[in-house]
Ligand binder design. Structure first.
Ligand SMILES: NC(=O)c1ccc[n+]([C@@H]2O[C@H](COP(=O)([O-])OP(=O)(O)OC[C@H]3O[C@@H](n4cnc5c(N)ncnc54)[C@H](OP(=O)(O)O)[C@@H]3O)[C@@H](O)[C@H]2O)c1
Length: 232
């Protein structure tokens, strides 16, 4: 049994990860911007009494992170795994019409939020030497792979998250926490759209398989949901 915190768990990949962690007996803290509206999470909490807590978190707002950190000890005294899953992708951006508000909001949610949250939760990471932080990045944030002007706010924010991953891996190495970045594949969610390659089930299965097998030697790596290395 592990204690796992998943951000952005109201839908998509985050929700499927929560389902699977619960199915195998883990205790989960799932965050949502609006817990009251997260119908499926609340149903899961009802179906798994005492094993799923749903707490509010808006990663664009640092005070929301502070509030989560204040509330968390009421439901979990330590954390074995943090899954920084929440993310946003502004659509229809094009060169010549980029807007500061899209760049800023995306950076806040996709890069700044996960880094600040990980920092804030560091005192709660289990002292077992086996704690892990899995950052949901994207191949679209790989500078080496980029060959076209496409989803700029998202790509810039995920490249920043990748650097954040690397820095956090160093910051938390002495505590024995393995921080790594992972691309979940192109997945049929609200973000990925209906034509994507993978179902949430296929992606989540791969993500959890990688999560289970990484250890300190994998800290600071950028992997795919199949465990392949991605270029930065
Ligand atoms: N789907 C893909 O093909 C794909 C590919 C590569 C990487 N990824 C990454 O995988 C992760 C999950 O993606 P997904 O496809 O499951 O996305 P999704 O279906 O669009 O779900 C996004 C989740 O993030 C939450 N969220 C959005 N803004 C937030 C904020 N300000 N604070 C806290 N939570 C917020 C959403 O909550 P609300 O319900 O409140 O909006 C929702 O739970 C993301 O980091 C994404 O970048 C996805």
């Amino acid at each position: 049994m592990q204690r796992i915190l998943v951000t952005g768990a109201s839908r998509g990949i985050g929700l499927e990860l929560v389902r699977r962690f619960l199915d195998r007996g883990d205790r989960v803290v799932a965050t949502a911007r609006k817990p009251g509206a997260a119908t499926e999470l609340n149903r899961l909490a009802f179906a798994h009494p005492g094993r799923l807590s749903v707490l509010p978190l808006d990663l664009a707002k640092p005070h929301s992170i502070d509030e989560l950190v204040r509330e968390l000890p009421l439901v979990a005294e330590s954390i074995d795994v943090l899954v920084n899953n929440a993310g946003v992708l502004p659509t229809r951006e094009r060169f010549g019409a980029l807007e500061a508000r899209h760049l800023e909001e995306t950076f806040r949610v996709n890069a700044m939020g996960p880094v600040l949250l990980t920092q804030a939760l560091a005192p709660l990471f289990a002292r077992s030497g086996a704690a892990k932080v899995m950052n949901l990045s994207s191949v679209l944030g790989s500078i080496a792979e980029r060959d076209a002007f496409y989803t700029p706010s998202y790509a810039i924010s995920k490249a920043a998250l990748n650097m954040g991953t690397r820095l956090l891996a160093h910051a938390l190495a002495d505590q024995g926490v393995t921080v790594f970045a992972i691309h979940p594949g192109w997945v049929r969610t609200d973000m990925g759209g209906p034509n994507a390659d993978l179902s949430v089930e296929e992606s989540a299965r791969g993500l959890i398989a990688v999560l289970d097998r990484v250890g300190p030697a994998d800290a600071g790596r950028f992997l795919t949901f199949e465990g392949r290395e991605l270029p930065w």
